[in-house]
Design a protein around this ligand. Structure first.
Ligand code: KG4
Ligand code: ZN
Length: 364
């Protein structure tokens, strides 16, 4: 079964052709990073206009790269929630129009579900029940999945998402947008133990990242000797390149430790889980991958699957990451998620009435 997946929830215009949920025939991603690097963040109105320009060329390329015509396509899948309103509209209106025009079943997929299914299309085979640590620019959640298409949110952030925190800290340090990759790069030249940053005290499996961002801000102000009233966008001018690297490394270490602590707690509580999947843009972070491996895993079987260190009392066998290219937003994960919906007997949506939901939960 060949599915065309379309993704436009934020600042990537993406389309892909995937066969049977796992085989990528094409994967086209046009990023708007260059536009937003200048502004230090996404401007929703500009993002929507850029999607409009890129959308059909991206779909056409996804088809031609896969050597597919419309007759070869069994279904169309599109992100309809959550995300930026204008961005979601461009993707869904395109998918609705194409589904009507070419008489194809249409599947509307939740963005976090797609991130989770990026693991299957990366070649991983996680076993249920599993835990998914979803770490993106908009979300930080731990999900319990008893089976395909079943999600229970067992931990979530009270404020900022971890990716958002990377982006905000990068801005304070004068590093380019998106903050995740630029912090990871700067951290390579820094000392992660140079600045001692606090871990927030949040009950249970929930997270909070806005306090960590403020802690970095206060530490930078202290380091360069300015009062808290000093304009934060000017702090970068007072930091030396080495201080930037040390702050990047110390922040990254703390953010990764917070994620790993909560994951460890979740594994203790959900002792029936057989696999853990990491998903979302932040799952590309090398330090996160290394740390998870160090804490939870003993040996590698291939680059992706790892075996747990005994004698931890988790009855779990493996941790999985998407390939780095599929960690961020892409159409392949949307097509993969729709394939597993079809396999579970979920019916297609009506292309004439499909709506978008900028803030809806994955549990709904
Ligand atoms: O999943 P994603 O592409 O879009 C959303 O659904 O939000 O995630 C984007 C987020 C951004 O905040 C970006 O800074 C972060 O993922 N990110 C990273 C890395 N690459 C992207 N964060 C840490 N380390 C990375 N290597
Ligand atoms: Zn995403």
């Amino acid at each position: 079964m060949k599915i065309l997946g379309i993704e436009t929830s934020c600042d990537e215009t993406a389309a892909a052709m995937v066969e049977d949920g796992r085989k990528i025939l094409s994967n086209v991603v046009v990023s708007q990073i260059d536009i937003f690097a200048e502004y230090g963040g996404v401007i929703p109105e500009v993002a929507a206009r850029s999607h409009l320009e890129a959308m059909m060329p991206v779909v056409d390329k996804a088809l031609s790269d896969a050597s597919c015509g419309w007759d070869d396509i069994d279904a169309i899948a599109v992100t309809h929630a959550p995300g930026l309103l204008g961005s979601l509209l461009i993707g869904t209106l395109t998918a609705r129009t194409l589904a009507i025009l070419h008489d194809k079943p249409l599947y509307a997929v939740h963005h976090l579900k797609s991130h989770v299914y990026a693991n299957w299309v990366s070649g991983n085979s996680p076993e249920f029940p599993l835990l998914a640590l979803v770490v993106s620019g908009g979300h930080t959640q731990i999900l319990y999945m008893p089976g395909h298409n079943q999600f229970e949110i067992i931990g979530t952030t009270h404020d900022d998402a971890v990716g958002e925190c990377f982006d905000k800290v990068a801005k304070i340090l004068g590093l380019p947008y998106p903050g995740g990759p630029s912090i990871a790069k700067a951290a390579k030249g820094g000392d992660a133990s140079h600045y001692n940053l606090p871990h927030p005290k949040v009950a249970g499996l929930d997270f909070s990242f806005s306090g960590l961002k403020t802690a970095v801000l206060r530490a930078v102000q202290k380091e360069v000797g300015v009062p808290i009233s000093y304009p934060s966008h000017k702090l970068k001018e007072l930091l030396t390149p080495q201080q930037v690297c040390d702050f990047a490394a110390s922040f990254q270490k703390t953010a990764v430790e917070i994620l790993c602590e909560k994951l460890e707690m979740a594994l203790e509580q959900y002792s029936d889980v057989k696999s853990v999947v990491i998903a979302g843009g932040v799952s590309a972070n090398e330090k996160l991958r290394e740390e998870i491996e160090k804490i939870f895993c003993r040996e590698r079987s291939g680059a992706l699957a790892q075996v747990l260190l005994p004698p931890k009392n988790f009855s779990i066998s493996s941790f999985f990451f998407p390939t780095p290219a599929l960690s961020g937003d892409n159409g392949a994960m949307v097509a993969a998620a729709a394939y597993y919906e079809i396999k579970s007997g979920i019916k297609p949506t009506d292309p004439y009435t499909l709506n978008i939901y900028p803030r809806i939960s994955i549990e709904k």
